[in-house]
Design a protein around this ligand. Structure first.
Ligand SMILES: Cc1cc2nc3c(=O)[nH]c(=O)nc-3n(C[C@H](O)[C@H](O)[C@H](O)COP(=O)(O)O)c2cc1C
Length: 239
C-alpha cells in the first residue's frame, strides 16, 4: 500500500510490556494497520537483565514501585536495524510505572531518543490501571525535547472499578491471583484490559492506517473510548 507521495506506508511499533497487556494491544493495533494494507514492524524493547512477571513478593513489589517512582532506568539491548529505517509513524507503547513511563522506555529516550524521534511523527500508546496523566505529560515533553512531533495519544486503562483495580493490580504484581479469590473475585474478575479494548486497539490501527494512506492528519483522529468506558483518551479518569 502506497502513501500519496507513492512511497510504501510504514509504521514502526516500538513497545515494552511486562505483564503482556501492552503487548496484546499493540498486536491488535498492528492487525488493524494490516487490515488497511499497511505493514507494521513491531519491536519489543529488550531489557539487558530480563524482568519477570509477577514480581513475586510484597516487599519486592514495594521496592519496584519506589524505584520506578524515582524514574529508575532499565538498560535495554541495542535496537535492531529495522528500527533505523524510514517510517511514516512510530507508535511508542508501554505501561505506566508509578506515574512514569516504564524503565525500558526511559532508557530508550535517553540513549536513542534524538536519533530515533527527531523530525518524526510519534503516537504514544499507554497501558495503565487508570492513572496515566503524569506519564503522558512527561512522555510528551521528552519526545518533543527529542524533536518528535507528538500527533495524538492512545490511552488504555484497566476497566475494573476502584478500589478493586488498585488492590487487584498490586496483588497480581506480588504473585497472588486476586481474580480467583472467592471474595475479591466478585469485584475484580480479571487483571488487565478487556476484549472490547483489544477490539478498540484494532479499530484504532485501522483508522491510523486509513489516515496514513490518505495522507490526512492523525491529530484529528479521535481515540476516545466508545465501549470500554475508562479506556480511551477522552473518557479517561486520571489522578
Ligand atoms: C511497578 C509498577 C508500577 C505501576 N504504577 C502504575 C501507576 O502509577 N498508574 C497506573 O495506572 N498503573 C500502574 N501500574 C500498572 C500497569 O501500568 C498496568 O498493569 C499495565 O496494564 C501493565 O502493562 P504491561 O502488561 O504491558 O506491562 C504499575 C505497574 C507496575 C509493574
Amino acid at each position: 500500500m502506497q502513501s500519496p507521495d507513492s512511497q510504501p506506508v510504514k509504521v514502526l511499533i516500538l513497545y515494552y510490556s511486562l505483564s503482556a497487556q501492552t503487548s496484546v494491544l499493540v498486536h491488535r493495533l498492528g492487525a488493524g494497520l494490516e487490515a488497511q494494507g499497511v505493514h507494521p514492524v513491531c519491536e519489543r524493547l529488550q531489557p539487558i537483565i530480563p524482568r519477570k512477571f509477577p514480581i513475586g513478593t510484597v516487599p519486592a513489589t514495594l521496592a519496584m514501585m519506589l524505584a520506578t517512582f524515582l524514574r529508575m532506568r532499565i538498560p535495554i539491548q541495542p535496537l535492531p536495524p529495522s528500527c533505523w529505517e524510514r517510517y511514516d509513524l512510530i507508535v511508542l507503547a508501554g505501561p505506566t510505572w508509578s506515574y512514569n513511563p516504564s524503565g525500558p522506555v526511559l532508557s530508550l529516550l535517553d540513549r536513542d531518543g534524538a536519533r530515533l524521534f527527531g523530525g518524526q511523527q510519534v503516537l504514544p500508546l499507554i497501558s495503565c490501571r487508570g492513572y496515566w496523566r503524569m506519564h503522558w505529560l512527561s512522555l510528551r515533553w521528552q519526545l518533543e525535547r527529542c524533536g518528535g512531533k507528538v500527533v495524538n495519544r492512545m490511552i488504555f486503562a484497566h476497566p475494573s472499578k476502584e478500589p478493586w483495580r488498585t488492590i487487584g493490580v498490586f496483588l497480581k504484581l506480588a504473585g497472588r491471583v486476586p481474580e480467583r479469590s472467592r471474595w475479591l473475585g466478585r469485584y475484580y474478575p480479571r487483571y488487565g484490559h478487556s476484549r472490547e479494548q483489544q477490539d478498540e486497539a484494532f479499530a484504532f490501527g485501522a483508522a491510523i492506517g486509513q489516515a496514513l494512506k490518505l495522507g490526512s492528519s492523525l491529530v484529528a483522529l479521535s481515540f476516545g473510548s466508545g465501549r470500554s468506558g475508562q479506556g480511551g483518551a477522552s473518557g479517561c479518569t486520571g489522578p
